[in-house]
Ligand binder design. Structure first.
Ligand SMILES: [Zn+2]
Ligand SMILES: [Zn+2]
Length: 269
């Protein structure tokens, strides 16, 4: 039942350390190799010093294990696939120094922006829990813009995440889309058509995905009109997500909206 279209590189891959992904790191690599991927970037949910978010991200004590595992797999499979080390990381100005430390001291190749939460002291809060949808979206857009401007990110994951709480498209959503996409375009940071949501609650080739919060049709219509291209991001939480899932649906969204699909992220080797 595999669908025919598969990307040749994946830059959005988790590991079981986050508490809601499955399989061994090496199983992701083997699944990628077997399915013809040329590059695999690991981007587990960022482990953060002094912040615990059980079930959402691994605790900070797992950082060195994550780094050494990915680096040793990179070496072991160097003749078959190129492996990158990264994190999917929320932005807050207070975290910028830590992220620079990951690049300088922990061999990180890249970060992808996945802005699910904003920081409030020791806590990370979900935008969708703010009192109004308008407040949530305004804050999400502002934080993403600051993140993109920080120079820390190479890839903007599920930029249309705000549709999780907005639910219905509105002029506010349109404004959010234009602001986010223009900023990414201005800075040359690629955006992503993300597969994570479409797999929630189980996926089958027959399943209707038109009401899934993201990827959102209207958002990608705007991206197409702006001349943007995009990566298809498996957002793998299990090795199977690299080859079984709504890949064709993601391609359809891209094709219908004239969004060319990017294949290779420009990262230093
Ligand atoms: Zn996750
Ligand atoms: Zn992710």
């Amino acid at each position: 039942m595999n669908e025919k279209f598969l990307p040749t590189c994946c830059y959005h891959t988790h590991t079981k350390r986050c508490g809601h992904a499955y399989g061994e790191d090496e199983e992701y690599v083997l699944a990628a190799v077997e399915n013809g991927y040329q590059e695999l970037g690991f981007t587990d949910h960022a482990m953060l010093p002094n912040i615990e978010q059980r079930g959402t991200r691994g605790s900070y004590s797992l950082l060195d294990d994550y780094v050494s595992s990915i680096l040793s797999l990179r070496k072991k499979y160097q003749d078959q696939i190129h492996i990158y080390l990264g994190f999917e990381a929320e932005y807050d100005p207070s975290l910028a120094e830590y992220y620079r430390f990951l690049f300088q001291e922990k061999h990180f190749d890249y970060l992808i922006l996945g802005q699910h939460y904003f920081r409030d002291g020791k806590h990370l809060c979900y935008y969708g829990n703010l009192p109004t949808k308008g407040e949530a979206t305004r804050r999400y857009v502002m934080d993403c813009v600051h993140a993109l401007e920080s120079g820390l990110y190479s890839y903007f994951a599920h930029s249309d995440l705000f549709m999780c709480w907005e639910e219905e498209w509105s002029s506010r959503c349109e404004e959010a889309a234009v602001t986010l996409l223009s900023k990414a375009k201005e800075l040359g940071i690629p955006v992503e058509i993300n597969m994570g949501r479409s797999r929630l609650g189980g996926w089958s080739p027959e399943k209707d995905l038109s009401h899934v919060s993201y990827p959102n049709q209207k958002f990608w219509e705007i991206a197409g009109k702006m001349g943007m291209s995009a990566f298809i991001g498996p957002d793998a939480h299990s090795p199977i997500d690299l080859y079984y899932g709504p890949f064709s649906y993601m391609k359809k969204i891209a094709d219908e909206n004239n969004v060319p699909i990017e294949t290779r992220l420009k990262l230093p080797r």
